[in-house]
Write a new protein. Structure first.
Length: 55
């Protein structure tokens, strides 16, 4: 999911994409929020694993 969100952010905001197909501010914000959420959850799980409370 984070890979998809980051890929869509990159592709749908590039200059090679026609202007009418590009993301608007709301789509960009939601995709960035989704990517940030998954990064946070990943780091949280890694922290729990390293700290030894992974159960």
């Amino acid at each position: 999911m984070p890979f998809l969100a980051l890929t869509l952010l990159r592709l749908l905001n590039s200059s090679r994409t026609p202007a009418e197909w590009r993301n608007g501010p709301l789509s960009n914000a939601l995709l960035a929020l989704a990517a940030a959420l998954f990064v946070f959850l990943c780091l949280h799980e890694l922290w729990d694993l390293v700290a030894g409370s992974g159960g």
